[in-house]
Design a protein around this ligand. Structure first.
Ligand SMILES: NC(=O)c1ccc[n+]([C@@H]2O[C@H](COP(=O)([O-])OP(=O)(O)OC[C@H]3O[C@@H](n4cnc5c(N)ncnc54)[C@H](O)[C@@H]3O)[C@@H](O)[C@H]2O)c1
Length: 266
């Protein structure tokens, strides 16, 4: 008698069977949630963050399994990303997927934005994706694997006082398409995920400190609530897996209806 769970081809396509998956920004929020979902699906989690706390976080074998490993690297730095790829290639002959989550925000109007601020956001959110993709392509090609890049709904629309962030995320959406066009013939897939408002510890702190308002964020969605980090991570990991084997060059919006909604009729 077939075992419905183990012999089921749909569930099998979602599983990673111990294959390594690299996640950047793995120490918090959506990146951390991606690591947890990947561990549930039997991936070997390789978590990258510039916060050295990642080493102890990923060392929790109860959550991530005994083969998971943390790496400290600033993914906006070319030498750091080259060194990361070289370290990982010493331990793994191929990588099944890279999920680029690391990112940061800077809510400043272009009228007063300093060049240093602009360069920092573009480097962290956009250049990091270019560097990670270029350096990990050889390891990904071996497994005919995939890249998933976390963009944002803010890459699709204009948002006041968010010049560098919105521009960087629009760049991630089209960089994703661009790379997909260049690697498709080798069987490698590249997709982006555009989260709407997501209740990460960072956003919770900003509500607690009165820097932003949770109700405003919720009311801009059709579902009237923020996403949990896991709700974003499950879609990112699905795209990374073989269950999404015919999806490439796509930008998948996961936003509770935020950008489908223009506001109340006036
Ligand atoms: N939270 C949201 O509402 C939301 C909405 C849309 C898009 N996003 C995007 O999702 C991603 C994750 O967001 P989050 O809210 O989980 O963020 P977060 O701040 O909670 O976590 C980001 C992680 O990335 C790490 N990181 C930042 N810069 C890095 C660098 N240069 N090198 C290595 N690690 C670095 C941080 O140390 C941190 O652990 C970001 O790209 C963000 O723009 C978030």
């Amino acid at each position: 008698m077939p075992d419905r769970m183990n012999d089921n081809p749909t569930l099998a396509a979602l599983r990673f069977n111990g294959a390594p998956v690299v996640v950047t920004g793995a120490n918090a929020g959506i990146g951390r949630a991606c690591c947890e979902v990947l561990a549930d699906l039997d991936a070997t989690v390789l978590g990258v963050d510039f916060d050295s706390e990642i080493m102890t976080a990923i060392g929790d074998s109860e959550t991530y399994g005994v083969n998971a490993k943390g790496y400290v690297a600033d993914v906006s730095s070319e030498p750091a990303v080259k060194d990361l790829a070289s370290q990982i290639s010493k331990n793994h002959s191929s990588v099944a997927a890279v999920i680029n989550v690391a990112g940061t925000n800077d809510a400043t109007s272009f009228k007063i934005l300093q060049l240093e601020q602009w360069n920092r956001i573009i480097a962290t959110n956009l250049t990091s994706v270019f560097l990670m993709t270029r350096e990990f392509l050889p390891l990904i090609q071996i497994s005919r694997g995939s890249f998933v890049n976390i963009a944002s709904t803010y890459g699709w629309v204009g948002v006041r006082n968010n010049t560098s962030y919105c521009t960087s995320k629009a760049g991630v959406i089209n960089l994703t398409r661009q790379i997909a066009t260049e690697v498709g013939s080798s069987g490698v897939r590249v997709n982006s995920v555009c989260p709407g408002p997501t209740l990460t510890p960072r956003r919770q702190r900003s509500f607690d400190e009165g820097r932003s308002n949770r109700r405003d964020a919720e009311q801009r969605t059709l579902l009237g609530r923020m996403a949990s980090p896991a709700e974003i991570a499950r879609v990112a990991v699905f795209l990374a897996s073989n269950a999404a084997s015919y999806v490439t060059g796509a930008s998948v919006v996961v936003d509770g209806g935020q950008i489908a909604f223009i506001g109340p009729h006036d």
